[in-house]
Design a protein around this ligand. Sequence first.
Ligand code: ZN
Length: 245
Amino acid sequence: MALFEPAWKTKNENKARAAARSVKRIDSPEQLNEVVIKAPLWQTKAAAIERLKDITKGSYQPDERTRMGSLHAVDMEQDLYADEAFTWYVRRMLEGLPADRVSEFVLKANSEDIRYWALTFISGEEDLIRLGSAPALREKQREEVLERLEFFCGRKPRDIAEDGTLPMVLRSAAAKKAEEEEQREAKLTLREKEAEEKRKTCAETGHRMKFVRLEYVRGGKEQLYRCEVCGEEQRLFYEGNTDSV
Ligand SMILES: [Zn+2]
């Protein structure tokens, strides 16, 4: 064992602040990332991520192996959503990975945040179908996969539910989602349906915007317009503030 170990290697919670301070003296992105991977204390990892983001101006680009090691190193059950630097780090590491690697994190990560962010990097139809058909996928994320299939690939839940070539686990989740949507649709009141019709008409023919009033906002004024047909509002910012002169 080395006589003088770097401060960041400490396992002692009482020395967490000194460890975080010592990280601020490291200038190499590779060394900082090594601290993220190897530091025993979460606070030390967080300080290294913060500094890595600062000195690379957010553009750190390691190779695939490093990305995998980095993600595993920060994959804890802790709720990390609030930590902006952590989010940057996780997204940056996921960004350069192939879809099958990213899917592994959607399925197996301990951290809910990592599972969440990983799914945001998958948008190809085949990848989404493969992921959505994995029995280990959590039901909430299977729903998100269905939403992405609709948004990115134009595959509606009803159409997936009825596609006999797809695995049952995905089809039954799609059927459930389609039913929920159809029930919601049926519950819309007549007024909501009328408003929806008007909005559709406007989308084709264009709104008939009419000036309503001037509103004071930070740094100037805004003109409020409202469509006479469907009620949609638009605001136009008014450069400067004539009252201040
Ligand atoms: Zn309109």
